[in-house]
Write a protein that binds this ligand. Sequence first.
Ligand SMILES: [Zn+2]
Ligand SMILES: [Zn+2]
Length: 81
Amino acid sequence: MGTYRCEPCGKNFGGTTDLARHMRCGIHVPIVKKPKAVYYCEHCQYTTNGSRDIKLHLKTAKHSKNTRKAMLVEIRNYTPS
Ligand SMILES: [Zn+2]
Ligand SMILES: [Zn+2]
């Protein structure tokens, strides 16, 4: 079992949980934070960060099968400004 290295500060950790805890401690949050995917429904101007949420949203009655397909294209191409 190897060690897990935190590249920004050069610290070594014995396990992924230790490293993960270190990465969450605050000093690294701006560095390691990846931009979250944003899911967007053009039909209702609904936005969410959760892929589960948008799937549930697209299953609601106001979206027909065709609308759902169109919305998914929009989601893939959506770039937050
Ligand atoms: Zn670190
Ligand atoms: Zn919608």
